[in-house]
Design a protein around this ligand. Structure first.
Ligand code: MG
Ligand code: MG
Length: 280
C-alpha cells in the first residue's frame, strides 16, 4: 500500500495552483474566440495548444494515456470527451470545449459550452442555449454551495436542485450519472469524486485546502450515454444535445476562489450572494 496523499492542500500549494488555472482559462478563451461556422474542432485544439505552450505550460490532456490532443470538443449529441479533428462547426451547433494546463507540476481543468447562431432554426438554437445556460448556472450554484458547505455532497445537491428548478416545461434535463467531477492538484484527476446529483453519502468534509473540479454534464433528454467507436466520445443514446461546464475551485482560509476564472468567479457567484476571496 502506498501512502495516500491528503485531499487537503497547504496554502503554498493552493498558491501554486493559481497560475495553471489562469493558463487554462486563457487556453479556453483562445478556443472560444475562434468558434464560427466553417471552423474545425481541430482549429480550436491548435489555438488552445499554442496558448498553453506560449505560457510555458503543458497540456495535461496529452498526459492522459492514449489521448493526443489538448482539448475535448463535443458537438451536439456528444456530451464529453469528443476528439478534435476535421469536424467542421456549422450554424446551430452546440459545442462543449474542455481543456487543462499543467504548470510547474500543478493542474487546471475547465470547460465551457457555446451555441452557434442559426437564423433558420431559432427554436433549436433557443433550446440549446437554454440547456447551456442552465448547465452553467448549475455549475455556479454548485460552486456557491461549496462556499458554505460542511460536506462535498452539498455541491451535487445544489447542482441537481438548480437543474430541476430551471428545466423547461417540456421535461426535466438529464444529468449524466457515469461521469463526475474530481479533486485536482498534482494530478488532473484526484480524489474525491464530486457528484452532480444528490447522493446518500455526505462525502468528505469541506475545509481549507480542498480543490475541486466541479463539472456538470447535462442533456436535454435522458441521461443514458454510450461511448462511440473512437473509444472516447460520450454521446446521448436518445440523440438529444448535451452541455458541459467546468471550473477548478479552491477552498482556503478566507473563502473560495475559482482558479480557472480570471475574476475568481465574482461574476458567476454574484447572483448567489457569494463573493470569492483571493488566495493570500
Ligand atoms: Mg475538464
Ligand atoms: Mg475535469
Amino acid at each position: 500500500m502506498s501512502l495516500r496523499r491528503s485531499i487537503y492542500k497547504s496554502p503554498a500549494q493552493l498558491r501554486a495552483m493559481v497560475e495553471p488555472g489562469l493558463i487554462t482559462a486563457a487556453a479556453l478563451d483562445a478556443a472560444r474566440s475562434l468558434i464560427a461556422p466553417g471552423v474545425t474542432t481541430g482549429d480550436l485544439d491548435a489555438a488552445a495548444s499554442a496558448l498553453i505552450t506560449s505560457r510555458g505550460a503543458k497540456s495535461n490532456f496529452q498526459m492522459v494515456r492514449g489521448y493526443r490532443h489538448t482539448i475535448c470538443a463535443s458537438v451536439n449529441e456528444e456530451v464529453v470527451h469528443g476528439i478534435p479533428g476535421d469536424r467542421v462547426l456549422g450554424a446551430g451547433d452546440i459545442v462543449s470545449v474542455d481543456a487543462g494546463a499543467e504548470f510547474k507540476g500543478w493542474n487546471g481543468d475547465s470547460a465551457f459550452t457555446f451555441v452557434l447562431p442559426d437564423q433558420s432554426r431559432p427554436e433549436v438554437v433557443a433550446a440549446r442555449q437554454h440547456l447551456s445556460d442552465v448547465t452553467e448556472g448549475s455549475l455556479w450554484a454548485g460552486i456557491a454551495a461549496l462556499a458554505s458547505a460542511k460536506h462535498i455532497g452539498e455541491v451535487g445537491t445544489a447542482i441537481q436542485s438548480y437543474i430541476e428548478a430551471n428545466s423547461p416545461d417540456s421535461g426535466t434535463y438529464g444529468i449524466l450519472r457515469e461521469y463526475v467531477g474530481h479533486g485536482i492538484g498534482r494530478k488532473m484527476h484526484e480524489s474525491p469524486s464530486v457528484f452532480n446529483y444528490r447522493v446518500a453519502d455526505p462525502g468528505p468534509e469541506v475545509r481549507p485546502g480542498l480543490v475541486l473540479a466541479i463539472e456538470p454534464m447535462v442533456v436535454i433528454g435522458d441521461q443514458a450515454t454510450f461511448v462511440e467507436d473512437d473509444g472516447w466520445t460520450v454521446s446521448t443514446v436518445d440523440g438529444t444535445a448535451g452541455s458541459h461546464w467546468e471550473h477548478s475551485v479552491a477552498v482556503h482560509e478566507d473563502g473560495i476562489w475559482v482558479l480557472t476564472a480570471p475574476d475568481g468567479g465574482a461574476a458567476g457567484l454574484a447572483p448567489f450572494g457569494v463573493t470569492p476571496r483571493e488566495i493570500a
